[in-house]
Design a protein around this ligand. Structure first.
Ligand code: ATP
Length: 393
């Protein structure tokens, strides 16, 4: 088991800043997910942890040991690649045993005849055979030990790659998008399998993905990155309920959080023509008086009513609008509504000006063109500064 500490870690490729000044404290036994869009620097950060990339500045500590100057082999971290990186000419048994064989590497491995004989000896030694069998059992690979990678499915190959990482019993597992080559159904199954593996094997996991669902379901904590900078480091729940800024708010959740433009005036929140007392939980944002704000509200915290319906309870506001799109997604429907009086932060990626998204349970009978009232329960709302995008409470 191991804790990892990154202090002011930065990475430059020539003039390109891939990572700037990252600080992270990963606890012993934690499942940290590095999440972000393509090019945000998450693989570079993982590769620096592994020692496959040098740090330009800053320090990396494993427990109390500084490791950023050590070669990969001295770091006791196992890396699982997106491409699996299995040896095609080796059986599953030998692929899994390989890191143990290499641990006993001797110069005469290079002499083909002696090398082959020695490798077989090591592979069949009781300790190595025992560890390979144990690992194969944990990953349900026992039946496949004598098969070759080309005869395995993507999911089975992924399990062999995990086995090869596990067999060394490392302190830290580093995984770079290990599920991205699998189809959607298998991804979901492997997701649960890796989570169970983490619970069973223990150890500290650092997992790179651009998939928010993987991050939310697998991570004990998530570091959400953008342009080489960690935007927020927290539990999935913290990141979902209290996003640090509008970028985090829009990255997590499908459909993403709605951002409605407004203003704080005299202890009231004004959204277009609607105005309501500042809900209790948002009082800390009162200092933003007069400033433009964005009211962040998740699609599932909104309900739809007939046109003209008022917000019934304290802390609710009702906004008039017209349905522009309805999507039926099995157990729920996603309804897009163009607001009549309030506007939205349309400069956010994927946002349509003036439009908000609402998720409703079941099959919605609404149709484009219908006039509706959108009732927002502000107890779950978040306020952001319009100017900086930072959360105000
Ligand atoms: P992806 O999900 O697409 O793999 P990522 O978030 O893992 O993206 P990185 O691969 O870490 O991103 O890359 C971060 C930035 O650094 C990118 O702009 C990339 O082009 C750049 N970069 C990465 N490796 C190198 C390199 N060897 N030389 C120059 N630039 C690099």
């Amino acid at each position: 088991m191991a804790s990892i500490k990154l202090q002011h870690v930065a990475k430059h490729f020539g003039t390109k800043v891939a990572i700037s000044d990252v600080d992270l404290d990963v606890n012993d036994g934690e499942f940290l997910v590095l999440l972000g869009p393509s090019g945000c620097g998450k693989s570079t950060l993982l590769r620096m942890l592994a020692g496959l990339e040098t740090v330009s500045s800053g320090e990396i500590h494993l427990n109390d040991r500084r490791v950023d100057q050590l070669p990969p082999s001295a770091r006791d971290m196992a890396f699982v690649f997106q491409s699996y990186a299995l040896y095609p000419h080796m059986s599953v048994r030998r692929n899994i045993a390989f890191p143990l064989i290499m641990r006993q590497f001797k110069w005469w491995f290079h002499i083909p005849l002696i090398g082959g004989w020695a490798k077989r000896r090591i592979e069949r030694s009781p300790e190595v055979a025992d560890l390979v069998e144990k690992t194969a059992r944990t990953l349900s690979l026992t039946e496949m030990l004598d098969r070759y990678p080309r005869t395995l499915s993507g999911g089975q190959r992924q399990r062999v790659a995990l086995g090869r990482a596990m067999v060394r019993q490392p302190e830290v597992f580093l995984m770079d998008e290990p599920l991205s080559n699998l189809d959607a159904k298998l991804r979901t199954a492997m997701r649960a399998e890796i989570t169970r593996l983490h619970q069973r094997v223990g150890g500290t996991f650092v997992y790179v993905t651009h998939d928010q669902v993987e991050a939310m379901t697998m991570g004990t904590r998530i570091a959400l990155m953008r342009d080489g900078v960690v935007q927020q480091f927290g539990t999935p729940r913290e990141i979902y309920t209290s996003p640090a800024n509008t970028y985090v708010a829009r990255f997590i959740g499908t459909p993403p959080m709605n951002l409605i433009e407004g203003r704080v005036e005299g202890g009231m929140i004004k959204l277009g023509e609607a105005s309501l007392p500042m809900p209790h939980g948002l009082a800390a944002a009162a200092h933003a008086a007069g400033e433009p704000i964005l009211l962040g509200i998740r699609p599932n915290a909104l309900t739809l009513g007939a046109a003209g319906a008022p917000g019934q309870l304290a802390g609710q506001v009702s906004l008039a609008g017209q349905v522009s799109l309805v999507e039926h997604v099995g157990a729920e429907s996603v309804v897009a509504v163009k607001l009549s009086h309030a506007s939205t932060a349309h400069d956010e990626e994927g946002a349509v000006p003036g439009e908000i998204m609402i998720t409703t349970q079941g099959y919605s009978d609404l149709e484009p063109g219908d006039q509706v009232s959108v009732v927002a329960d502000l107890s779950e709302a978040v306020l952001f500064s319009r100017a900086t995008g930072e959360r105000l409470r």
